[in-house]
Design a binder for this molecule. Sequence first.
Ligand code: SDX
Length: 430
Amino acid sequence: MAEPRTATLTIGNMTYDLPIHAPTAGPDVIDISKLYATAGVFTHDPGFTSTSACESALTFIDGDKGELLHRGYPIDQLAKKSHYLEVCYLLLYGELPSAALLEDFEHRVTHHTMVHEQMHNFFRGFRRDAHPMATMVGVVGAMSAFYHDSTDINDPWQREVASIRLIAKLPTIAAMAYKYSIGQPFVYPRNDCDYATNFLRMCFAVPAEEYQPDPILSRAMDRIFTLHADHEQNASTSTVRLAGSSGANPFACIAAGIACLWGPAHGGANQACLEMLQEIGTVDRIPEYIARAKDKNDPFRLMGFGHRVYKNFDPRATVMKESADEVLDLMGIHNNPVLQVAKELERQALNDPYFADKKLFPNVDFYSGIILEAMGFPTSMFTPIFAVSRTVGWIAQWKEMIADPTGKIGRPRQLYTGPTQRDYVDIENR
Ligand code: SDX
C-alpha cells in the first residue's frame, strides 16, 4: 500500500501536513478541509481558479489538450456517434445503455414531455416581450408546485422521477416561452418524434399547416444539445450544487442554475456573441473591435472567445463549426454576412499575438449562435436552448451530490476587510 502523500504548509514556526488526493485524471488535489480547524487560517480563491469544490465522476476537461470526456467518452465521438438522450443516459447512470435500456429510457422521457395544463397560465402572467430566460426561471421554479410528489430529495425514486420530468419538460417549457413571446399558440409535444425534432416542432410548427423539420436540422439541434450537456463545475452547475446542498428541491435548484446561466460571461455568451457579430456588421470593421477587446481601458470583450478552463481550442467549438457549415449549406445561406464576419474574426483573432498569448480561442458559444440563427431562432432563445441541454448535466451533478453520504451544506468563508467592531452613535451625536 503506497504511503499517503501529503503537502507541507509552514506558517511561522508551525508546519501542517495536508493530505494529497490523486484523481483518475487531472491535477492532484490538496485537501484543506481541516486547515481552519488545525491552523486557524482560511485559503483565499475568489474565482475558484485553483479550487476543487467536490469529487465527481461525470465529466473531465483537460484545458491544455482541449479534451472533454463524459464518463470517459470523448465529446467528438459522442457528438458524431451518439445522440442527446443516449448521452443523458450515460451522464445519469455511468455507462452506455444497451438497446433495450436506451429504448426504455427514451420511452420514459418521451412520456413526460407534456406539462400540467394549468402551467399554461403562468406564461400569461408575463409580458409578451419578457426575455424567455425570465419566463423559464419562473416556470421551472414553479414546477415544484405542480410536481410535489417528486420533491423529497431523500427518496431515490422521487429523485429519479424529478430527473426524468426535468429532462423531458424543459424543451416544452422553452418552446412555450418562445411561442408566447411571438404570440403564437403553444404546440404540444408528440410521442412519435425524437427529442430534437419534438423541440423544433414545438418552436416552429403552427396549427395552420403541417411541419416536419429537415433531418439535417434535427441532427444539428441534437448535436447542439449533446455538446452543451455537461461541463464539470462551471458557474451554473456550481450554483445548482450549492442550492442543492441546502436540501432545496430539484426544481428550485435547476431554476437557480438557469438564472446563473443567463449571464453573458456564461451561457448568455451565445446571444451576446451573435449580437456582437451583428454589431460589427462587416469584415472591414473587425480591426476596430479587436482593438477594443485588447484595450485595457475598454470593458469590451470578444463574446464567444476565451474560457476559464480551455487554454487551447474548445473541442465543442470544433464540432459545432462542422455543424454550422452543414446547416448553412442546407439553408443556402453560406454567404451569411454574420458567418462571414465570424469566420474572418476568428481568423484575425487567432493570428493576433494578444489572443494567442492569452490562449483566447473560440469557445462553444462562438458557433452555436450562428447555427441557431440560421435555424430561425431569435437571439433571445439561444440561452434557453443552452439551458434545455444543460439540464441533464445539472441534474446528474445534483444527483451525484445528494447521493454523497459525506455531503454537507456549502458555506464558504471570506477575507473580511470591513470595519472592526465599533459602538453605535446616536443620530444627535453624528
Ligand atoms: C461558457 O466554465 C464553463 O465551463 C463555461 C461553459 C460551460 O459549458 O458551462 O464552457 C460555457 O460560459 C463559455 C464561455 C462563454 N463566455 C464568453 O464567451 C464571454 C467572453 N469570455 C470572457 O468573458 C472570458 O474569457 C471568460 C469569462 C469566459 C473566462 O474568463 P477568465 O478565465 O476569468 O479569464 P480572465 O477574465 O481572467 O481573462 C484573462 C485575460 C484578461 O486579460 P488580463 O487581465 O490578463 O490582461 O484574458 C482577457 C482578460 O481581459 N480576456 C479577454 C477575453 N476573455 C479574457 N479579452 C478579450 N476578449 C475576451 N473574450
